[in-house]
Design a protein around this ligand. Structure first.
Ligand code: NAP
Length: 229
């Protein structure tokens, strides 16, 4: 099946995916290890794939995991997770090569400064997710996982109750495929609509970081309970 078609066919629960995890930091490790444990093939993309730290991550992710350069990882997978800081992404994209037909999962947040105790990002009126999609129109971006702490990805029980992972993006089938991956982690996907919703999802994260600063270290997770009927 052509790559473009595959990215849009949607996810059937139980489908085993090949996932490129760009970035081996806190979120990349948490998502990568759990998806690897669920039977997916993980290709970590790192600036230093030979480092002991990355080798350990690969080992902990089991027999279907490997690590390589960012470009090679993206080339090997249908699904590419940008578990990266937002700031270098424009430069990273220039080095990644062709992303045509890829399903990009975007968990990124930007909050370049703190104003009155809250993260503030006034400079770009659109979201990180929309900007990323504009830079790679040949791929399909789904905003997901930007509102949850990596600790609760690693261990959802730690959150003390259900956790919603809001999704946003233009492609309903792609969101379905991401929703399956979310559910496999014991988290609850919620399709919040087109990618413009990423503006509000990124504000949700700013709210939770602001609360963390305000309370000197207390945290919450989002649980969006759908009204019955
Ligand atoms: N931490 C969380 O709880 C959390 C939750 C939800 C969303 N997020 C979002 O997820 C993204 C990653 O967060 P994180 O906490 O995992 O960050 P992190 O721990 O700092 O890890 C980011 C990883 O990105 C790679 N990286 C860093 N600078 C880079 C550069 N200039 N070029 C290419 N790769 C670079 C590094 O991997 P290598 O060293 O292997 O190259 C690094 O380990 C952020 O946008 C954040 O807002 C984080």
């Amino acid at each position: 099946m052509p790559k473009r078609a595959r990215a849009q066919t949607g996810g059937r629960p139980g489908t085993k995916e090949t996932i490129a995890m760009l970035g081996t930091g806190r979120l990349g490790q948490a998502l990568g290890k759990r998806w690897a444990a669920a039977g997916h093939t993980l290709v970590y993309g790192s600036r230093t794939p030979e480092d002991e730290r990355v080798r350990t991550l690969v080992k902990e992710s089991g027999p279907r995991a490997s690590a390589t350069s960012l470009k090679e990882a993206a080339a090997r997978a249908d699904i590419v997770v940008f578990a990266l800081p937002w700031k270098p992404v424009k430069d990273v994209l220039a080095a990644l090569g062709d992303l045509t037909g890829k399903l990009i999962i975007d968990p990124m947040n930007a909050y370049p400064k703190i104003v009155e105790g809250y993260p503030y990002s006034p400079d770009n009126p659109i979201s990180v997710g929309e900007q990323l999609q504009a830079w790679v129109p040949q791929a399909t971006v789904v905003k997901a996982f930007n509102t949850i702490s990596f600790r609760n990805v690693a261990d959802p029980a730690r959150a003390g109750g259900p956790v919603t992972i809001p999704l946003a993006g233009a492609d309903v089938a792609a969101k379905g495929r991401v929703a399956s991956l979310v559910s496999e982690l014991g988290l609850e996907p919620l399709d919040t609509g087109p990618l413009i919703a990423a503006r509000y999802l990124e504000d949700m994260l700013r709210l939770s970081v602001g609360y963390f600063i305000y309370t000197k270290g207390k945290a919450f997770e989002f649980y969006l309970r759908r009204t019955p009927g």
